[in-house]
Design a binder for this molecule. Sequence first.
Ligand SMILES: [Ca+2]
Ligand SMILES: [Ca+2]
Ligand SMILES: [Ca+2]
Ligand SMILES: [Ca+2]
Length: 443
Amino acid sequence: MRARSLAFLLISLVLFLMLASCGGNGGGDDDTGMPPIDDDAGEDDDAAGDDDIADDDTTIDDDTADDDSAADDDSAANYWIEDGKKWLRAAEGDKARLSFLKALEIVPDHPEGLYGMVLANTVHNMDVLSIVWDYLLSFFENGGPVNRGDSSEGVIDWLISTILSAFLNDRCEELFHYADLVHQLENPTFLIDAIPIIIAWTNYGTMGGEFDESDVYAMESYSYLFDGLTRHLFVVDLNFDMSLAFALQDVFNIPDPSEMMSALVVALKNLVDDPHYPNFLVIDENGFEDLRLAGFRMGNGFDKMLKTFASVEAETDPQNDDVIAYVDKNGNGKYDDGEPFVIPTFGELDADQMAVLQAVLGIAEGLRNSFWDGTDNDVDPNNPNPFSMDLLNNLLQALGWPRILPGWLTIDIGSIYRTNDPYAIKNTVNLVLNILGLIFPAS
Ligand SMILES: [Ca+2]
Ligand SMILES: [Ca+2]
Ligand SMILES: [Ca+2]
Ligand SMILES: [Ca+2]
């Protein structure tokens, strides 16, 4: 049995962590809500004199009443915004996307239209994750997918190239584009009561309220990581013996942390050194450019994760209607250290969950810096930025486990993405496993 599913597993795990993250405005023009919108083609279309300050451009309508002599100048676009929200409430991302596109045809910079495109593609990408998840489970339950070709490997390639390229990567590009436009808006918001969160065919509740800029970062993070991880599948050989992966399940049932680490190292080495799959983790020699993009996108994903919570901490608006929020315990209208975050499906995080989140954000920072190392986004262009294993110890500690990993050990992730060595990943993994094997010898 062959599978490229290790990466899928990683994706799913990261996404479940991130999922926590992702929020409508009923109004538009002529109401008292936000944001104000003018969808005029360019003219002041008032019948009488101009009754406002500057209602003569294509972006801003600064009045609160419909003063047109003709039909409401927003009605056509707003019809499609409301239609898009209807589909979002039904978790129909693709139908919502078409509605927001129609609104943007009428008003190209409609704030809720732009924001809606980010939300619609996020819902779409949740559907893709469900499909990927189903595919993964089919391996574990049946030993492989239904064979539609001459070889199962061909089926996997077909599935990866079709599903991921057309249904995921293209939509991610679109999401990134509209997210960039939303970031250019002043105080972007999108009000909607409830969007179902359905991952892997399971409903984890809803997200709703006042979506704002921090929620855009969260949605970008989710899609950058999903996009970055899956782009590895095109260029890294992930065919391995599934039965060896099954052995991993037993490893995690070992109660003693050191014994578990010893068994984990052995199990992983068996996978990496499997003579039947000598090309496992080898990079396609034509794939280095794609690999660089994949790594850069990973860096973006971790960066957006950090920006999500930094952005929430900077908010001063009432948090009771926010999607991702903090609880203003001392009521001073701003974030203070120790105040908990509120995340969809999780609710208000308790002290233990906040500790885990802080450890995860520390790991995200280390990974961002390492994935971006040597790129235009390098946070320290004069020095390498290897990933420190000690950041993982922080997470172990937050989970109530001992800090057993060698804190001095660092992994130069960035170098993998800068070389043209097909064995860069395999050699790095082997190096780390060999070092861990010395610290946690097989019993
Ligand atoms: Ca708010
Ligand atoms: Ca917020
Ligand atoms: Ca406070
Ligand atoms: Ca650097």
